[in-house]
Design a binder for this molecule. Structure first.
Ligand SMILES: Nc1ncnc2c1ncn2[C@@H]1O[C@H](COP(=O)(O)OP(=O)(O)O)[C@@H](O)[C@H]1O
Ligand SMILES: [Mg+2]
Length: 308
């Protein structure tokens, strides 16, 4: 299975390019396209009403829009449940209060998005392609960075937990035969639920990170022939590079006869940062702008021909 992420500044045509690629690839493959952008327009592009569940568009093309608010709520609820079952004594602290404050915590949307991407990748295995249409640059870079950030955190937490278990073991030895069943706390690593959960989380994020950095994952950056788009794309490329994520295609979208000079200039500059990455040009389609029927057929270029 191949995974494609369409990224870029708002309005450059990410959703349109993702949809066109999905449409084109679905002529010969089974494709699922998922919109992660809270400002959804995938349904509008295909002219259908989309729900949270995937919707069949043709025999080989399925569409899905993710409800980020619902996802964040569910994510928080799950984490709160885990917290309350792992730390029973916390119940005295009234977890509901935590829940009502935690929903404003930074990072929740990013974790919710990442969890949903992971779930989609792991469960939708009979698709040949999963295409993700991403939210604005900042949020995208943050959720793409999360696996690595989280692994770093979990490693540290594992060390702390192991120290706690060591201390428990010391106490256990000092107390010796005085230890009664009721006062005995787990001190063996393999008995400790918290440590087991940390190990599991660690291995989940490690495998997700391997998928994101792997050869079956492609990040596609869409931009327009203008300087603002160039600047934001350069920041995005820097971010992807820092995270070691595989940028594989640049799409210069909305090129016209009039802006071809600017298109050349922007492409030159993009190539300076992304040396061996192919650049596709997609021309501005008049009918697409008019929003007439059959919009996607108007994208004549084969969006992914340079990818595979
Ligand atoms: N090649 C193109 N030709 C004409 N209009 C385009 C083209 N690409 C995108 N658009 C239009 O530009 C607008 C923004 O595109 P969209 O795909 O929603 O951008 P994004 O998802 O990056 O915010 C839409 O009205 C879309 O129809
Ligand atoms: Mg969009």
């Amino acid at each position: 299975m191949k995974i494609l992420f369409f990224t870029g500044k708002g309005g450059v045509g990410k959703s349109t390019m993702a949809a066109a690629a999905a449409w084109q690839l679905s002529q010969k493959n089974r494709v699922l396209i998922v919109s992660l952008d809270p400002a959804h327009n995938l349904g509008d592009i295909f002219g259908v009403d989309l729900q949270d569940n995937k919707t069949r568009y043709t025999n080989t093309l399925y569409l899905k829009e993710i409800d980020l608010r619902k996802l964040s709520r569910e994510y928080l609820q799950r984490e709160t449940d885990v917290l309350s079952s792992s730390y029973k004594y916390l119940q005295t602290l009234n977890l509901d209060n935590y829940f009502s404050v935690l929903k404003y915590s930074p990072g929740i949307e990013e974790y919710a998005l990442l969890t949903s991407i992971e779930k989609t990748i792991n469960s939708e295995t009979d698709f040949d392609y999963i295409i993700f249409d991403t939210p604005p640059t900042g949020l995208t870079l943050r959720f793409l960075a999360l696996p690595r950030v989280t692994i770093t955190w979990i490693d540290r937490l594992i060390q702390i937990r192991q120290k706690i278990l060591e201390k428990r073991y010391t106490i256990h030895r000092i107390r010796g035969p005085l230890s009664s069943e009721e006062t005995l706390l787990d001190y063996k690593e393999e008995d400790d639920d918290i440590l087991k959960r940390l190990w599991k989380l660690n291995s989940n994020y490690e495998s997700l990170n391997r998928i994101l950095q792997g050869e079956n994952c492609s990040i596609i950056l869409v931009f327009n022939p203008d300087v603002l788009s160039l600047k934001e794309s350069q920041r995005l490329m820097e971010g992807l590079n820092d995270l070691n994520l595989p940028l594989r295609l640049l799409i210069d979208n909305k090129v016209t006869k009039e802006n071809e000079g600017m298109a050349g200039y922007v492409e030159e500059n993009m190539k300076k940062t992304a040396k061996d990455i192919p650049v596709d040009r997609v021309f501005l389609s008049k009918t697409l702008l008019d929003g007439k029927n059959g919009k996607l057929y108007d994208i004549q270029q084969d969006i992914t021909s340079n990818l595979f």
